[in-house]
Design a protein around this ligand. Structure first.
Ligand SMILES: *Cc1c(COP(=O)(O)O)cnc(C)c1O
Length: 388
């Protein structure tokens, strides 16, 4: 059954094909009509077609990161945080100790996961506008001989900063430690190869750069490393070793799979491959980001990050100093014009964020800039630079 598309009236140019606002956020994100359409079916979890679809998805995810030779894909129900928690608690052995590299909220969330799970951990911290520093990681590993694993966030979605995971991976591997990567907001859009980066596990989710609907996450795990993880997890449902061995056994999920989300995801991967895989997807997002940043600077806004460390995923802008700028009113006005943006979550500056990912392109970026310009005009905001 086809989803009716909105007729291209003047109104619909600011709404999605299903008449929804465009989600310029860190997630959930805008998905295509085709992806939503794929969910109009009920499938049984033991059905052979579904088992084949599940196997196909696992294979296709491996190929995105050149992981066929040494890795396996373990999908897991829940939002992205569930699979981050599953990764940390499955891969850390009882006598292990984790070093968490923190330059934003998602790094802090990993520390919280360790605290709740009672895992041994330590942290290295940087300001939110600064990438993690591999040299500091090297020094910390010399000082802390008991650290067995290091966890890093690929793109810290809190600010949009890109962390140098290649150089972090080198430092970690050279000192005989193991690397765990939260690539939630980068997977599929930024380069990441299991042949070039030594990691034990990488996690991401269905609804970020791969543009499926929310509902599950997945771990790309080194098979040998994962095979040593039996009994590590302290949770029944977030145990990636058990999830993996059960799935290898009969092709099924241990507990009710998010069948509709998987149907949608298979369709989303068709679109991903048709767009040219990571290079194509990353290229569209880079173009979105360039249009957005150039346009916002023309309007007088300043980005939090220097261009060299900005990932083309989400952009943080300083709030204008002008007292007439009110974020809630700004948000509501943009929402009325068909765009959902996101508040900032920074401790270093008053800010807001606009995402470049999801099923959006240059046209939406130009339109949101027009909407912002009109909104500022109506708010009579003249001075857009941040407070000195
Ligand atoms: C989105 C995201 C997550 C997961 O967040 P959920 O709200 O649980 O889906 C984890 N890490 C990063 C870097 C993210 O961008």
């Amino acid at each position: 059954m086809a989803v009716p598309r909105a007729t291209p009236t003047e109104e619909s140019c600011t709404l999605s094909p299903t008449n929804d606002p465009w989600l310029l956020t860190p997630g959930p994100l805008t998905t295509s009509p085709e992806v939503k359409d794929a969910m109009l079916h009920d499938v049984g979890s033991r059905d052979t077609d579904f088992i084949a679809l599940n196997a196909r998805i696992r294979e296709r995810l491996l190929r995105i990161v050149d992981g066929e030779a040494r890795c396996t894909t373990v999908p897991l129900q829940g939002s992205g945080t569930f699979v981050v928690e599953a990764m940390l608690t499955t891969f850390l052995p009882p006598d292990g100790r984790l070093l968490i590299l923190i330059n934003g909220a998602y790094g802090w969330r990993m520390a919280k996961i360790c605290q709740v799970a009672g895992l041994s951990y330590t942290t290295l911290e940087w300001p939110e506008d600064t990438p993690v520093d591999p040299d500091a990681v090297a020094r910390k590993l010399e000082e802390e001989p008991h650290v067995t694993h290091v966890a890093v966030v690929h793109c810290e979605t809190t600010s949009g900063v890109l962390n140098p995971i290649e150089r972090v991976a080198e430092v970690v591997a050279r000192r005989g430690r193991r690397l765990l990567i939260d690539s939630m907001s980068a997977f599929g859009a930024l380069p990441l190869s299991a042949e070039q980066i030594a990691f034990d596990a990488v996690v991401a989710s269905s609804n970020k750069c791969l543009e499926g609907v929310p509902g599950f996450g997945f771990c790309i795990a080194d098979r040998e490393a994962l095979s040593n993880c039996q009994g590590n997890a302290s949770s029944l449902s977030l145990d990636l070793f058990e999830q993996w061995t059960a799935m290898e056994g009969n092709g099924q999920w241990r507990f009710t799979p998010p069948t509709h989300a998987l149907l949608a995801f298979d369709r989303a991967l068709d679109a991903f491959e048709a767009e040219g895989g990571q290079e194509g997807r990353g290229g569209r997002y880079r173009e979105n980001c360039r249009i957005l940043v150039d346009g916002m600077r023309r309007l007088g806004f300043q980005t939090l990050l220097a261009d060299e460390v900005q990932a083309p995923i989400i952009v943080t802008f300083h709030k204008p100093a002008d007292e007439r700028f009110d974020f809630d009113a700004f948000y509501d006005a943009l929402r009325a014009r068909g765009f959902v943006i996101y508040p900032g979550k920074l401790t270093v500056a008053d800010s807001f964020r606009i995402g470049c990912i999801g099923q959006v392109g240059p046209q939406q970026m130009h339109h949101v800039l027009e909407a912002i310009e009109r909104t500022l005009h109506n708010m009579q905001v003249v001075e857009r630079a941040p407070k000195a």
